[in-house]
Design a protein around this ligand. Structure first.
Ligand SMILES: Nc1ncnc2c1ncn2[C@@H]1O[C@H](COP(=O)(O)OP(=O)(O)O)[C@@H](O)[C@H]1O
Ligand SMILES: [Mg+2]
Length: 408
């Protein structure tokens, strides 16, 4: 059968049809359909544009085996198609590998005879004619796209249309894969963000969970039991008044009181900081500075341009960090003056605590074993998604600066 002469398409008609096919293929991208429906529609339009009775995508498995991708066109009468396997064969050797990826497919008398032989060998005996092209994106091979049983005899133009469809389908598939990957990454990121938020609120609240649980067990169980025992003892003491046990019981009572006192002291030490963040950050800062002025004679200077409506966790972390920096000034700096700047910058809160004290070698001091104030300060802001800079030199004072985004 002559190739081109018999087709109804002229050159322009061929191009039109290729463009129409491509447009159709890419329109599936927008439609959010499941894979089988997607391939079903794609196969049907490829069959239509190449004048084929059937069309299917074959998916390349891990061991070079091709099996049909669910969603075919014209194979309704072939329920066992799913079980058919075609082997790609070693690189350059197998018929499919050579014909498709080696670009050696010849169209003769309306079909590709070498390809027809492959189908028959795989058990698809009723195939009358066929063409196939790689389904790939760049170097990534997904498999092949094949059309069967032409109504008018396949042509070279059908083959180039099929090749184009295979490449576009490859790009689409890659795009869908990246989209799915992106979706998974976004979900993981969302989990990480919420874990971080949780952690951060915990830190801002000043309580680590273990401490809180220990404190409440101490309060609710141990101290209650002790109070119960003391009440019991009181009754026994009343009954035993004047007996030979009286002085021993007095002794026991004073021991129990001492135990209770020491447990209460322990409770105060292990109880986490109160959960409320400061009501007014400015007031809290000024109070702290005032006590430093009275206690250590350090002259305070405040520049406050705080943004309104700070989240409680941000306020709490900011105050914790300012308190740490100021304690350092008081403890280590021998400064005469300290400046605290707070301002809204880049949709975040920037804080600067600066002193004119003796300064220190930053690289050495931030790693001192047992001295974790600056380290904890840095970690808190990093956890909040911000940054921290510590600048100092012996004799040149110290500047601790940090920034946190306003939303966690
Ligand atoms: N404002 C400051 N002026 C001088 N030295 C400082 C200042 N802040 C921190 N340092 C030095 O850095 C060290 C580490 O500080 P930090 O991590 O807060 O631990 P700590 O306060 O428990 O010693 C301090 O021991 C001190 O030597
Ligand atoms: Mg410190």
């Amino acid at each position: 059968m002559p190739l081109e002469g018999n087709t109804a398409l002229d050159a322009d008609g061929g191009n039109d049809s290729a463009v129409a096919a491509l447009l159709e293929v890419s329109s599936y991208l927008a439609a959010d359909v499941e894979a089988p429906a997607f391939f079903g529609r794609l196969s049907a339009s490829i069959a239509e544009h190449t004048g084929a009775g059937r069309a299917a995508f074959w998916r390349l498995g891990p061991r070079g085996t091709l099996s049909v991708q669910p969603g075919t066109a014209g194979f309704e009468d072939h329920p066992h198609l799913q079980e058919v396997r075609v082997h790609l064969g070693a690189r350059g050797e197998g018929a499919i590998e050579r014909l498709l990826f080696g670009d050696e497919l010849d169209v003769m008398q309306g079909t590709a005879p070498e390809l027809d032989a492959v189908w028959r060998a795989a058990g698809l005996h009723e195939i009358a004619s066929s063409l196939a092209a790689p389904w790939r994106a760049g170097d990534r091979r997904f498999g092949m796209v094949a059309v069967y049983d032409s109504t008018r005899g396949f042509t070279a133009r059908d083959l180039s249309l099929l090749r184009m469809a295979g490449s576009v389908a490859g790009l689409l598939w890659q795009f869908r894969e990246s989209e799915r990957e992106l979706g998974r990454t976004a979900a993981r990121l969302e989990e990480a963000v919420s874990a971080r938020r949780h952690l951060l609120n915990n830190i801002a609240a000043g309580g680590d969970e273990a401490r809180r649980r220990f404190a409440s067990a101490l309060h609710d169980d141990s101290l209650q039991l002790l109070t119960g025992a003391e009440l019991q003892l009181e009754r026994i003491r009343a009954d035993a008044k004047g007996s030979r046990h009286a002085s021993n019981l007095d002794q026991l009572r004073s021991t129990l009181r001492k135990v209770e006192d020491s447990l209460r002291r322990l409770l105060i030490n292990v109880s986490p900081d109160p959960l409320q963040p400061p009501k007014d950050l400015n007031d809290a800062i000024r109070e702290r500075l005032e006590s430093m002025r009275i206690g250590a004679g350090i002259e305070p200077h405040v520049v406050s341009r705080l943004p309104g409506n700070l989240a409680p966790a941000i306020k709490a972390i900011a105050l914790k960090n300012i308190a740490e920096a100021l304690t350092n000034v008081e403890k280590h700096a021998r400064a005469t003056r300290v400046t605290v700047v707070t301002e809204g910058v880049d949709r975040g809160l920037r804080v600067e605590v600066r002193d004119d004290g003796k300064g220190f070698v930053v690289a050495e001091s931030v790693r001192l074993p047992g001295h974790i104030g600056l380290l904890a300060l840095t970690e808190r802001v990093q956890l909040a998604g911000g940054w921290c800079r510590i600048q100092s030199e012996p004799g040149a004072g110290t500047k601790v600066e940090f920034w946190m985004p306003l939303t966690l």
